[in-house]
Design a protein around this ligand. Structure first.
Ligand code: NDP
Length: 275
């Protein structure tokens, strides 16, 4: 039987096994999918040990190992190379290992699945950490009018924007004082910061939030994140959490491993009822 796994530290919270086992059920495939607590001291050793088993065909990688995984693999897809981060490892037929990053496709597919076309929109992307790096290239491919990356540490936002090196993508400090001077009406705000995990709100002017058509937070949970609740209170009706992104990025990994595209709607529905 083919074996897959997700590596992270911590890892107990991961929903990936539930998602992939549902995908496998749909595809009528038998596979095992484990949660593995990666070693902080020797993550490469954790990966090598897993892939010593010939049935191990691939794995997902989550925080804090995505960058180390990019160093471990033999080749990188363009999106993994851009983000310098790998969330999916594929064992090739010749025994080499390919690294990919499906977070960007996951985000874009989820936004589109929620009925929002990114083309022509002004996007405000909050955060410039691993998640923002992982999604920026795919977001830009949708041809929005502009993407402004706003990060607490302004230099990281500017450095990330510079990677794309196009005038429509810029970096700026994430602060209400700075953003209140912006003349752009943002159509969609995407929160890729981890602020919601500590119940904090990104420092934004209320008017900038209330004029957005869509507010997205990559974080998900039983309740709406503080940021999505705040946007709701300010009158934004279309708020979307990151659960759909999680399922969509997993579906892309499953496709890379098996060649089968799962029905994500059904699995998202199941997961929504579980959390
Ligand atoms: P990183 O640690 O790489 O980056 C964290 C980012 O959040 C940085 O830009 C940091 O700014 C910013 N930040 C942290 N706290 C605050 C705050 N209080 N106010 C403003 N900005 C803050 O994390 P990741 O990028 O890997 O992950 C970010 C979030 O995205 C996590 O919550 C993660 O769970 C979620 N995620 C969801 C996915 C999904 O499938 N739904 C996939 C991937 C990630 P600074 O640079 O100034 O420190």
């Amino acid at each position: 039987m083919d074996i897959y796994a997700v590596f992270g530290n911590p890892i107990a919270q991961s929903k990936s096994p539930d998602i992939h086992l549902q995908f496998a059920k749909q595809a009528k495939q038998q596979l095992e999918y484990a949660k593995i607590l990666g070693s902080i001291e020797d993550f490469a050793g954790s990966l090598s040990e897993f892939f010593d088993c010939p049935e191990a065909k691939g794995c997902n990688v989550t925080a804090p190992f995505k960058q180390e995984a990019a160093k471990w693999v033999d080749s990188l897809s363009p999106s993994a190379e851009f983000g310098d981060a790998v969330n999916t490892i594929i064992r090739n037929r010749d025994g080499t290992f390919a690294g990919d990053n499906t977070d960007g496709i996951g985000l874009v597919k989820d936004i589109l699945a929620n009925g929002v076309e990114i083309k022509g929109l002004n996007v405000l992307l909050l955060g410039a950490g691993g998640a923002a790096r992982g999604v920026l290239q795919q977001l830009a491919k949708q041809k929005p009018s502009s993407i402004l990356i706003a990060n607490r540490t302004a230099g990281r936002a500017v450095a990330l924007a510079n990677l794309l090196n196009v005038p429509s993508v810029q970096g700026i400090e994430l602060s209400a004082a700075v953003l209140s001077k912006s003349t752009i009406d943002f159509d969609i705000i995407i929160n890729s910061t981890s602020a919601s995990l500590s119940n904090k709100l990104p420092d934004l002017p209320d008017g900038l939030i209330s004029s957005a058509r869509v507010v997205y937070d990559m974080v998900y949970g039983k309740e709406l994140s503080p940021f999505l609740q705040h946007a709701n209170h300010l009158g934004v009706t279309k708020v979307i959490d990151g659960l759909g992104m999680l399922v969509e990025q997993a579906a892309e990994s499953f496709y890379l491993w098996t060649g089968v595209r799962p029905d994500t709607k059904e699995v998202l529905h199941m997961l929504r009822n579980q959390i």
